[in-house]
Design a protein around this ligand. Structure first.
Ligand code: PEP
Ligand code: MG
Length: 755
């Protein structure tokens, strides 16, 4: 007998009983629709489930023709039901038949039902189906009825996600959470990785939905909120955000949200409706996520993201799960999946079994990607919704060559990739054999292939990579992975190990390049409107001379009796170089006074990253011993194109004529002054763009260790003289912003140059 005791609590009670009964999934679903119809005094209650082919299939109904179950269906986006699934948004209509999206399904025997209430069945913000009630009488459903139906949809989400509904598996159908998905993103770091998913901020799946005692659950929620507020205050007060790297603004937003009465009230209401504290958090969060997905304003979207993160923290408080990576997940091959993350956060996951990184955001020159390259793992970015689509432990393949990610791959895909991995391993063997060959082009031009480094873990790669030295040592990475300023002794020790490991090969140390997107959680800095153009790198160092002095002292001591090359980042005017020189001279004098050994030879260089230098090349080149082009930043500033912004990452090609003319101008100036020139941005590490650099006249380039083999293979087959003449002509052709990529690929193909 169907109990129709009114109101959401009565319905929850019924649903709890149905879920506890030993029933098949279909029977359970049939029973649930009957209860809902009775409880809400609706003539119709139906459940549509989303299949892997984006079709919503009628899975159960009370009130429509029972023969149409498993027969009636709609595409996502089609009809009222399809648009609810597409937009993950509830529709509450008193005149459904005249709604523009209404679509009549004859097989259902649908009569004139004027009122229509449909809610998406959401799990982690994604629609698994749609739950509908209908009435003949014209009316708008009350807010408490909408709430009750949405809450019921959560129960259905669990039922569907359990994967026991027949007809899904049997007919080769699967749901989002189990079906294979091929996602296309941007190839950010080369390589192929196979493993299981580790979600950077793991989703907590709530399975215990119904409460026994609302008062007890309200108390649990209050306690967890209390803990959450304490932990946020703690993070704010010591200025240190373990493992999450969010800056102050985000924390402030978190604090504000954690005290938001509206949020708390909505969760309390859900408990009153019969949910556990966890389920109440999940329900409210699900609503928020659905809102977030519809939000196109990036600022508001970001704020809703913060809310989302906060809800997960609250869930973890409730289920007692710690933050950060769980080391037992790292025992076998794994791929980290994240919306975005800081460079230091990625290092939390580094280990022998880390196989790749998949990001919703990310751009080729963002620092997390640079660090991933240093770790030798493939990265695919700009994968929309990958965090929602992936579940912990799912099998996944990251193809950093093509920019593809295969979630829950089929056996065929997995075995094809297994072969690809073997093929690449063989190719690596070939590169290894090139290691001892001189880096000389086919027409006998020597080129210095250097490596970029920044961490202790890079050091074992120096010799095996066949690099001619370190062209860029990013000293800030040590600062970024530390929870406080590294002491002078620690800095000196790292610099000494770098020089030791390089075994006499040249090393160029870059002074601290912090600010911009390289955030130190312990360095309190004012919020800046445009951090990339703000208080960063040498600007910050000159304003905090204590920091720079300490670093220079550590470098001078570490290089006692050897050569020391120091390079200054983000130079804008030559005056900055003179100021650094003064500090260095003072430090050298001091060390001598105290009888410390000083470097045998000291060379000071500048990075060319800011366009203003292009108009003072003569002054600059007179002021330094060497220069190095930081093409990542130079490109960003020349093109006014944020290097970390996924949205514009593909908009301009670094191989466009305008930018290559800039790079050529630098070669001509450096040659005229006979000053050594290197280029150390990411374009040096791709064989095709490195080929362009050779043609432009670059004879020293610095790249990730793993890129040296492929770039050397390209160099050995290149006749530079032949390339140079035609390339210099090509870049001078009338400028329409066109890339010369095709010119280069044609040239490489016709000359048999591997790229
Ligand atoms: C650059 O800007 O090209 C560079 C090498 O420095 P970073 O990527 O560390 O800013
Ligand atoms: Mg830079």
């Amino acid at each position: 007998m169907i109990d129709s005791s009114p109101g959401p609590r009565g319905l929850m009670k019924r649903l709890r009983e149905v879920m506890a009964e030993t029933l098949g999934a279909q029977d359970r679903l049939d029973k649930i629709v009957r209860h809902i119809a009775a409880n809400m005094i609706a003539e119709v209650c139906s459940v549509y489930v989303l299949r892997s082919d984006d079709v919503l299939e009628l899975f159960a109904t009370e009130g429509l023709n029972p023969q149409s179950v498993h027969e009636a269906s709609l595409m996502v986006g089609q009809g009222l039901v399809g648009s609810i699934a597409a937009n993950a948004k509830t529709l509450n209509l008193d005149d459904a038949q005249n709604h523009p999206a209404f679509r009549y399904l004859p097989e259902t025997g649908e009569e004139i039902y004027n009122s229509f209430l449909g809610v998406p069945i959401l799990r982690s913000g994604r629609a698994l189906g749609v739950l509908v009630v209908q009435n003949q009488a014209k009316r708008i459903y009350r807010d408490d009825e909408v709430e009750a139906l949405e809450t019921t949809a959560m129960v259905l989400a669990e039922l569907i996600a359990a994967g026991e509904l027949e007809g899904l598996d049997k007919q080769g159908r699967g749901l989002d959470s189990s079906r294979a998905l091929n996602l296309t993103g941007a190839a950010l770091a080369d390589g192929i990785g196979l493993g299981h998913v580790i979600l950077h901020e793991p989703r907590v799946v709530v399975t215990n939905l119904f409460n026994e005692n609302a008062e007890y659950e309200t108390k649990r929620l209050a306690e967890a909120l209390g803990q959450l507020r304490i932990s946020i205050d703690g993070m704010m007060n010591n200025g240190n955000v373990p493992r999450v790297g969010e800056h102050r603004e985000v924390l402030e937003a978190y604090r504000m949200f954690a005290n938001d009465r509206g949020w708390v009230r909505r969760m309390e209401e859900q408990i009153q409706n019969g949910l556990t504290a966890e389920a109440a958090v999940e329900k409210v969060q699900s609503d928020n996520r659905a809102r977030m997905m519809r939000q196109s304003d990036p600022f508001l979207r970001e704020r809703l993201n913060d809310f989302d993160d906060l809800a997960y923290r609250l869930l973890r408080e409730l289920v007692g799960r710690p933050h950060g990576p769980l080391t037992d997940q790292m025992d076998s091959d794994y791929i980290v999946v994240a919306r975005n993350m800081g460079a230091a956060e990625l290092l939390d996951y580094s280990g022998p079994n880390l196989r790749g990184l998949a990001l919703e955001e990310g751009a080729p020159t963002s620092h997390v990607v640079i660090v991933a390259r240093a770790l030798g793992i493939p990265v695919v970015g700009q994968l929309s919704n990958v965090v929602s689509l992936a579940d912990s432990d799912n099998a996944v393949i990251v193809d950093g060559e093509e920019g593809l990610v295969f979630l829950r791959p089929s056996e065929e895909v997995e075995s094809a990739y297994g072969e690809k991995v073997q093929f690449r391993a063989k190719r690596r063997e070939v590169y290894k054999q090139l290691k001892d060959l001189p880096a000389t082009s086919k027409d006998g031009v020597d080129v210095s292939l250097l490596m970029n480094a920044g961490l202790l873990m890079d050091l074992p790669n120096i010799i095996p990579s066949g690099a001619a030295g370190i062209g860029l040592f990013r000293t800030e990475l040590q600062f970024m992975v530390s929870s406080r300023f590294p002491r002078i002794g620690e800095q000196e020790e790292l610099y000494r190990s770098v020089l030791d490991a390089s075994d006499g090969l040249p090393v160029t140390f870059r002074t601290l390049d912090i600010g911009g997107d390289k955030v130190l959680p312990y360095l309190r800095a004012e919020q800046e409107e445009n951090p990339a153009l703000g208080w960063r790198a040498i600007r910050l160092a000159l304003d905090r001379p204590g920091l720079l002095r300490t670093q220079l002292r550590a470098l001078l001591r570490a290089a006692g009796g050897r050569e020391l090359k120091v390079m200054i980042p983000m130079v804008t005017e030559t005056r900055e170089i003179f100021r650094v020189k003064e500090i260095i001279e003072r430090e050298v004098a001091l060390l001598k006074k105290f009888k410390h050994q000083v470097p045998d030879k000291l060379l000071i260089g500048a990075m060319i990253e800011v366009p203003s230098l292009l108009f003072q090349m003569d002054d600059l080149l007179r002021a330094v011993d060497f220069v190095s082009v930081g093409s990542n930043d130079l490109f960003q500033f020349v093109m006014a194109s944020d290097r970390g912004n996924a949205r514009i990452a593909k908009r301009f090609d670094p191989l466009n004529r305008g930018f290559l003319r800039v790079l050529r101008k630098i070669v001509v100036a450096a040659d005229a002054h006979q000053k050594p020139l290197t280029l150390c941005g990411e374009i040096a590490g791709k064989p095709l763009s490195a080929l362009a650099l050779l043609g432009l006249g670059y004879r020293s380039i610095s790249m990730a260790a793993a890129a040296i083999g492929p770039v050397k293979a390209m160099l050995l087959e290149t006749d530079i003289a032949k390339l140079q003449t035609s390339l210099l002509e090509e870049i001078e052709k009338p400028y329409g912003g066109q890339t010369i990529r095709e010119f280069l690929t044609d040239h490489a193909a016709s000359q048999g140059i591997p790229y």
